[in-house]
Design a protein around this ligand. Structure first.
Ligand SMILES: C[S@@+](CC[C@H](N)C(=O)[O-])C[C@H]1O[C@@H](n2cnc3c(N)ncnc32)[C@H](O)[C@@H]1O
Length: 263
């Protein structure tokens, strides 16, 4: 398969997964958790004069949280069904200083330096070209503005990182790979940004919650369940997995990285 076919098939996975997941994402506690949203808002520090852009905004909770503090917020996503959920969220909260835009993170439909703050949460692992995505986020951020990337990270131990990514690629075939913390930080350096500030948090979950909400490759729910169960032995995916009654509790290890674009 050539590169164009690969990109087309990845885009098809993104469209398929996120159209199917949109309704669940609209009510997913981990995407609307107030404490985590507060961490992101605190890290991005929007002021009343600021304009913000959230790329790969999904059901819109970050853009809405930013709009509550900023002059204006924009959310951009590649999936229509996600943007429908985002619009509904803003409407339900009577947020009017907000716009939604369909688009691709690799070709943002904005002029250079259009925004004071550009954010992206829980999406880098879906990008085939994470560096190109960060470079494009940086392009539309004004000099002196803030770029924020938040995602779960893979372990520094290669076997655990591979086991985590294999499970995630089965659970959601639009996953490319979760990156190690040093690689995520390296994207900032390669983009010409200073060392990012970092804030860590966890996203707790449970085996059945993960399995029942998934649209796994080949409908392999049993394979997914087994991978998660097996990971409790020696915490094989570095998700702090442990047995609890007849289930397994575990947690995504996430980081918020924030840097100021040189002026
Ligand atoms: C896991 S969701 C994250 C949702 C949201 N950022 C949040 O934290 O609540 C990933 C989102 O990335 C979007 N996405 C994936 N690839 C994209 C791309 N190349 N350009 C724009 N959006 C993309 C998907 O449509 C999906 O809504």
């Amino acid at each position: 398969m050539n590169t164009t076919q690969n990109a087309a098939s990845h885009e098809a996975h993104i469209r398929d997964q996120f159209t199917r997941q949109a309704a669940e994402f609209a009510v997913a506690p981990e995407l609307h958790n107030g404490e985590v949203l507060a961490l992101l808002v605190e890290a991005a520090a929007p002021g009343t004069a600021h304009t913000t852009l959230d790329v790969a905004c999904g059901p819109g909770s970050i853009a809405v949280a930013m709009a509550k503090r900023a002059r204006h917020a924009t959310g951009l996503d590649a999936t229509d069904a996600m943007l429908d959920q985002a619009r509904a969220l803003a409407q339900a909260q009577s947020i009017t200083n907000i716009a939604w835009q369909k688009g691709d993170v690799y070709a943002l439909p904005f002029e250079d330096g259009s925004f004071d703050i550009v954010t992206c949460r829980f999406a880098v692992h879906h990008f085939t070209q994470p560096q190109a995505a960060l470079d494009e986020m940086l392009r539309v951020c004004r000099p002196g503005g803030t770029v924020l990337v938040c995602d779960a990270t893979a372990s520094d131990e290669p076997e655990k990182a591979n086991a985590f990514n294999e499970m995630e690629q089965l659970r959601d075939p639009s996953t490319v790979a979760f990156l190690r913390l040093d690689i995520l930080r390296g994207l900032f350096a390669a983009a010409g940004l200073p060392e990012p500030r970092q804030v860590f948090f966890q996203v707790p979950t449970e085996r059945e919650e993960m399995v029942t909400r998934a649209f796994p490759a080949n409908n392999d729910f049993e394979g997914l369940r087994k991978m998660i169960d097996d990971s409790a032995e020696g915490d094989r995916m570095a998700m702090n997995a442990r047995r609890h009654g007849d289930t397994v509790l575990l947690a995504y290890q996430a980081v918020i990285l924030t840097a100021t674009k040189p002026g």
